[in-house]
Ligand binder design. Structure first.
Ligand SMILES: Nc1nc2c(c(=O)[nH]1)N[C@H]1C(S)=C(S)[C@@H](COP(=O)(O)O)O[C@H]1N2
Ligand SMILES: [Mo]
Length: 525
């Protein structure tokens, strides 16, 4: 290949990159005007999450933890870079086809955005289409500066006769890069300013004192042992699991919750202030994710303040199936289109199901569902803990499959009895002698009755249980191990108040939560 041919290809690739960059920047700006969630990267990422098989989603959560969304977006950007390079090179040969390729990807973004469960309609297609058009035009223009595809054969040491308009190209490329950066930054700034109303509304929230406080945590519920999970999980350490690539920023002053559906004699629409004027309860509740592997981190305990959901539903005339009510499923819908389905019977059976407005003494953090989320002790998060809730619909399990149920997770999912060794850590090297083994065990709404530890193939030994707060919270435990030198396996199992001991049979998280025992291998020196 000639030097000029090579130059043409690399400038083509560069043009492709610039066109892709411009397309994304313009899309970002338009998305800021429409909705941040309608931008192509977020939309394609969201669509990918919607379509990810349960097993892959679980794998991603396992591999990347709470960074799973960042990894996904970086992956999408990497793929887009590759495609942009390719389209640029393609355009050096077929200017129109290569340029129109950029638009084709805009269309993909548009389809992804309009197909999301939270889509507001065709407006969501605008960012990707606008970006695609700008990118197409830019690539076409830049390639034009490179001259015709097959230049008159230049001979010998004759000057560059390929028709390459160097000045024009550099000017156009620089201007495009600058304008794109400007558009992208403007988009970011606009999106940021839109969240400001929500941020201000959160700052203005004054949580009323609950009319029913949680009993003080009993002395002895929180053990002082290095490495054990604190009894109350601080908000900043509380796990986060959701499908939201952009954390919804909901303004509490305009937020509304609608309650309707089968057997709702009196439909209601409530504002945030309406909720704060009702009698509030304060309760400690341990929340667990169904995607938590045995020994995994997706469990946390917080002190929540909220409106008792059962009272609210009874006021609306809702009766549980056991009292002849026609609805057996409560579907909670969030502002981002997520749906979660909870048994009506569980919500109305006397447990502290609530619409939570406070978490550990402050308004809900945005990532945990500000302004209002649902909580039902004893059920995994995906069937009970709707964040950014905006609607409650009473229906039946036969009539409606929620988001995760459509993706093969179980429609009903009470939390399985589980226990975890927090310390020592896997592959730790404690010194021989007394080693403190400790952790947490949970069986929400049944309560933990016993925890046992086993060393290698020895007998199960009863661990010391910390005082119980309530049966809806986890319980710390500890065991003083007289450790001999060598490599040992520590295993733990819990027994709940129904007398059932957690099974040693390992099952995957899908469809209704992992079972099996947590064990840790350590080498005693
Ligand atoms: N709107 C919305 N609510 C949601 C989810 C979600 O993806 N979107 N995820 C659920 C799941 S799977 C769990 S385990 C809990 C996690 O709550 P946290 O992130 O506050 O710990 O929220 C639940 N509520
Ligand atoms: Mo979850």
């Amino acid at each position: 290949m000639t030097v000029q041919g090579l130059r043409r290809l690399s400038l083509g690739a560069l043009s492709g990159l610039l066109a892709g960059y411009a397309a994304l920047a313009v899309a970002e700006l338009v998305a800021a005007a429409v909705r941040p969630e309608s931008g192509p990267v977020v939309a394609v990422g969201g669509a990918a999450i919607d379509r990810t098989p349960a097993a892959v989603k679980d794998w991603a959560i396992r591999q990347f933890g709470t960074h799973d969304k960042l990894v996904l977006q970086l992956g999408i950007l990497a793929v887009l870079c590759g495609l942009a390079l390719f389209l640029g090179v393609l355009a050096t040969r077929w200017r129109r086809i290569g340029s129109l390729g950029v638009l084709a990807f805009g269309v993909v973004g548009a389809l992804a955005a309009t197909g999301r469960p939270d889509s507001v309609g065709v407006a969501d297609a605008l960012p990707s289409v606008a970006g695609g058009l700008v990118g197409t035009a830019l690539l076409y223009l830049l390639i034009g500066r490179l001259g015709p595809a097959e230049p008159p054969a230049a001979t010998g040491e004759e000057a560059d006769r390929s028709g390459f308009d160097r000045r024009g190209f550099i000017l156009a490329a620089t201007a495009a890069a600058a304008a794109s950066t400007g558009a992208g930054l403007a988009g970011r700034a606009l999106t940021g300013s839109q969240g400001r109303g929500a941020v201000a509304s959160r700052k203005d929230v004054l949580l009323p004192a609950p009319s029913s406080s949680a009993a003080p945590t009993p002395r002895g519920a929180a053990l002082r042992i290095k490495g054990i999970s604190p009894f109350v999980t601080p908000n900043r350490d509380f796990y986060r699991v959701d499908t939201a690539l952009v954390v919804p920023k909901v303004d509490a002053t305009t937020w509304k919750l609608r309650i309707h559906g089968r057997g709702v004699a009196r439909e209601r629409t409530l504002t945030f202030d309406d909720l704060l004027r009702m009698p509030l309860i304060e309760r400690s509740i341990t929340l667990t994710c169904v995607s938590n592997e045995v020994g995994g981190p997706y469990v946390g305990n917080a002190r929540w303040i909220g409106v008792p959901l059962a009272d609210l539903l009874r006021q609306c005339g809702v009766r549980p199936p056991s009292e002849g009510g026609p609805a057996d499923q409560l579907v909670a819908r969030s502002v981002d289109g997520m749906t979660l389905g909870t048994p009506v019977e569980d919500v109305l059976d006397g447990r502290d199901a609530m619409l939570a407005v406070g978490m550990n003494g402050e308004p809900l953090p945005f990532v945990h569902g500000f302004p209002v989320r649902m909580l039902v002790p004893g059920l995994y998060g995906y069937v009970s803990a709707c964040k950014w809730i905006k609607e409650i619909e009473l229906t039946t399990f036969d009539a409606y499959d929620t988001y995760w149920v459509k993706r093969d997770w179980a429609p009903r999912a009470p939390v399985k009895t589980q226990s975890r060794i927090d310390t020592p850590k896997p592959f730790a090297r404690p010194a021989a002698g007394t080693v403190m083994v400790a952790g947490v065990a949970w069986a929400q709404h049944r309560g933990i009755d016993k925890v046992e530890v086993r060393v290698d193939d020895g007998p199960w030994q009863e661990a010391r249980l910390a005082a119980e707060d309530t049966r809806d919270t986890w319980r710390q435990w500890s065991y003083e191990w007289k450790a001999d030198p060598g490599t040992h396996t520590l295993a733990v199992r819990a027994t709940d108040r129904t007398g059932r001991t957690q099974t040693g049979r390992r099952t995957p998280t899908i469809p209704d939560g992992a079972s099996g025992r947590h064990s840790v291998v350590v080498t005693v020196d």
